[in-house]
Design a protein around this ligand. Structure first.
Ligand code: ADP
Ligand code: MG
Length: 367
């Protein structure tokens, strides 16, 4: 089931009594979510992710714009009639019910020709439990389960009605780091097995990058970029997206374009064409640095952090906007932190330049 969001907008009245300015939580969102794909909706807290998800679910009504499931306009349809499964950050299970009863719960309200017998409900609950691998836990109460198991119950409950669309709002945030990893792989597996079109909301870029077919990066209600995770990482549309994706984060410098050359401070780091002389903001991915005796970018080394196969060199540069410049290089390279400079050449496809005011990407051709 493809989902089409058409000029989707949500404005809330101001919470601040003194100002009447409304909050545009989601601003003119246009996107066609392909059938059977997992979409990661990504951005910092307050950027409008949940509001978007609630509009898709019908829990919130758009101020303007339309929502289609396939060819059906569902904008006015109630949540119950949309055929969706919802999972939230807090598992919201009924504490007095067993796992089985919790999973079966959504089936008990089915009416008319959808009505199921007790045996059919039990079978459906069992199949949903099996999908999330908790079929041995059906007779337990939620209090007898770990956080990860509780979240699986919540996912099984969302799947039991065989929804057309699965909507997940920060479903892993309450889990510890290891469970988070494991559960996100589970969600990916379940999604690929069931082929249910899924929207996965998270503020965690690594999470979104690792499980999504496509990511949508949002900022202040406005979609910044949509694409395959690797494409967005390799080709960010603006400084916000470049900074939001990647660990360690991108290194940001004040730069200057002059006569087809890019300068960071007085270091001439790249020669290109197609860009007029101007002050720019420069982003360099940590993996974009190549150690070289005569390297163009001269940084002062501070520390070397060993990370197994790679090392991270921490250094400083006067034109850096952050306290430290972080590069990731092969552990075979030796860096002497006692020396005056560590010098790098920069891989041209790992360096991006942005307009100083608009922060939009400026594209160049490497000579
Ligand atoms: P996210 O899920 O990305 O953290 P939300 O969609 O929850 O963001 O919120 C987006 C913006 O809308 C925020 O500024 C938030 O304060 C505002 N907002 C969300 N819900 C309401 C509401 N019911 N009333 C007023 N403002 C709201
Ligand atoms: Mg939210």
């Amino acid at each position: 089931m493809k989902i089409v969001l058409q000029n989707l907008t949500k404005a809330f009245p101001s919470r601040n009594k003194k100002s009447n300015e409304e909050v545009i939580a989601v601003n003119n969102f246009n996107f066609e979510i392909p059938d059977g794909k997992l979409i990661g909706l990504l951005g910092p807290s307050g950027c409008g992710k949940s509001t978007t998800l609630y509009m898709i679910s019908g829990l919130q009504k758009p101020t303007s714009g339309r929502i289609f499931f396939g060819d059906d306009d569902v904008t006015e349809l109630s949540t119950e009639n949309r055929g969706i499964g919802l999972v939230f950050q807090n598992y919201a299970l009924y504490p007095h019910m067993t796992v089985k009863q919790n999973i079966m719960f959504p089936l008990q309200n089915l009416k008319g020709e959808d009505k199921l017998t007790k045996e059919q409900m039990l079978e459906r609950a069992y199949q949903a439990a099996k999908l999330v691998q908790i079929e041995q836990l059906l007779d337990r109460k939620p209090s007898e389960l770990s956080g990860g198991q509780q979240q699986r119950v919540a996912i099984a409950r969302a799947l039991v009605k065989m929804p057309r669309v699965l909507l997940l709002d920060e479903p892993l945030s309450n889990l510890d780091a290891r469970l988070r990893l494991q559960t996100r792989e589970e969600i990916r597996r379940i999604q690929q097995e069931t082929k249910i079109t899924t929207v996965f909301v998270t503020h965690d870029q690594e999470e979104a990058m690792s499980i999504s077919d496509m990511i949508v990066v949002m900022k202040a209600g406005i979609v910044q970029q949509i694409g395959k995770p690797q494409d967005v990482y390799d080709d960010p549309a603006n400084l916000f997206v470049a900074k939001f994706l990647g660990t360690p984060p991108i290194n940001v410098f004040d730069g200057q374009v002059k006569d087809g050359k890019l300068y960071i401070g007085s270091d001439e780091v790249l020669e290109f064409s197609g860009v007029a002389d101007q002050a720019v903001t420069v982003g360099i991915r940590p993996e974009g640095f190549v150690l070289s005796e005569n390297g163009a970018l001269k940084c002062k080394p501070v520390n070397v952090e060993v990370m197994g196969r790679d090392v991270s060199v921490v250094a400083t540069h006067d034109a850096s906007q952050n306290p430290f410049v972080r590069s990731i290089i092969d552990a075979d390279n030796k860096v002497d932190t006692g020396s005056e400079y560590v010098r790098y050449n920069i891989k041209p496809h790992k360096i991006f330049i942005f307009n100083k005011e608009t922060e939009e990407r400026i594209y160049f051709e490497v000579k």
